[in-house]
Design a binder for this molecule. Sequence first.
Ligand SMILES: NC(=O)c1ccc[n+]([C@@H]2O[C@H](COP(=O)([O-])OP(=O)(O)OC[C@H]3O[C@@H](n4cnc5c(N)ncnc54)[C@H](O)[C@@H]3O)[C@@H](O)[C@H]2O)c1
Length: 335
Amino acid sequence: MPIPWLESYHANFVTTRTPVWKGQDLTATVVTGAAGFIGNMLAQDLAREDRSLCLIDDFSSGKNLSVDNRLQVNYCDIRKASDLDQVLPDEIDVVYHCAAQSSGEISFDDPWDDLTRHVHATFYLLAAAKQRSAERFVYTSSMAVYGEPLKLPIKETSPTNPKSFYGAGKLAAESYVRLFQSLGLPTVIVRPFSVYGASQDLGNLRQGMVSIFMSQLLRSGRISVKGSLERFRDFIHIDDVVRAFGTVLDSSVQGFGCHGDVFEIGTETATEVRTVLLLIKQLSQSTTNIEFGALPYRSNEVMSSYANDIFRKAFGWQAEIGLEQGLRSLIREYH
Ligand SMILES: NC(=O)c1ccc[n+]([C@@H]2O[C@H](COP(=O)([O-])OP(=O)(O)OC[C@H]3O[C@@H](n4cnc5c(N)ncnc54)[C@H](O)[C@@H]3O)[C@@H](O)[C@H]2O)c1
C-alpha cells in the first residue's frame, strides 16, 4: 500500500549521470551509498561544511531523499571499475564507503549478488582510492560481523562468526580494507549497531527493526514481529552515527584516526525488542491495538548485541539521543 508522504518525498529525487566537477580542479569528499539512509544523512551533514562532495549510488535500493541540488548523486555501480573512473575526481580527501546491500535477511535471497556488493565493490573502491592517494578511507561495516556474541558487551576484538551472508560479506570486505591499510591507504573501520531515524526506507519491510515496526504501524496499525520479543539490540539514532563519522577522523586524538583502527558505534545500551514495541505504542498513542504476534525464532537471527565503551573513551564521543527521545521525534515526523 503506498504511503502518501513517502511518495511525495521520492518525487524530489535528484540524480545525474554527468559528474558535476569533471574538468574542474577539486579535491572532493566521496560518499558512496549517498541515496541510502546513512549515506544521504551524512552527505547532508557534510554539505553544511561547504565541502566539495562526490556522491555515488547505483539506486539499487536507495532513493535519494534530498531536495538540495548541491546533493546531486552520481549514478555509479561501484562494482564496475570503469564506472568508478568516470565519476571519481582525481584528488580525494576522504572516502566514506556506505554503499552496500544492507539487510541480513535479504542477503539470503541472492548470496552472490550480496557478496559482489560488499567485496567486489569495496575492492574496486579501495583500489581507486589508493590510486588517487586518498587521504582517508572510512569503511562502514556492521555489528553483523560478530554473529551471536559469547560475551557482552561486544568488543572490537570479540570473535567474528557472522550468521548471514551480509555479515560474512562485511567481514571479508574488512579484510581488504586492512590489506590496503598495510599498502599505505589510511583507513578506519566503523561497525554501527542498529541505526534508526527519519528518512529510513519505510517501503523496505526486511531491513531496520524500528523502521519495519513504524511502517507496519502506519500502514495497518498492527505490528507482526519476526523472532523473539526477548532479543535485544543497541539502537542508535542516525544523528549520533553521523556525528561519529566526523569524530572518527579527529586527528587531534592521539593514536587514533585513520590508522587501521576498528570502532563500534553504539549506545552501550541493550534494549529488548519488547521494550521498543511498547515505547512505539505508548508514544504514538495508537488507538488501534498493536498485535505483538511473534513469529518463530529464526536460526540465523542474532539474539543479543550491544556495543562497548571503547569509542566513547577514545574520542569523548557519546550517543546523545536516547531511544525514547529518538522515537518521539520519529513519530512526530511521520504523523
Ligand atoms: N542501517 C543500519 O542499521 C546499519 C547498521 C550497521 C551497518 N550499516 C551499514 O551502513 C551502510 C549504509 O546503510 P543504510 O542503512 O544507509 O543502507 P541503505 O540500503 O539505505 O543504503 C545503501 C545504499 O547503497 C547503494 N548501493 C548498493 N550497492 C551499490 C553499488 N554496487 N554501487 C553503488 N551503490 C550501491 C544502494 O542503492 C543504497 O542507496 C551499509 O553498508 C550498511 O550495511 C547499516
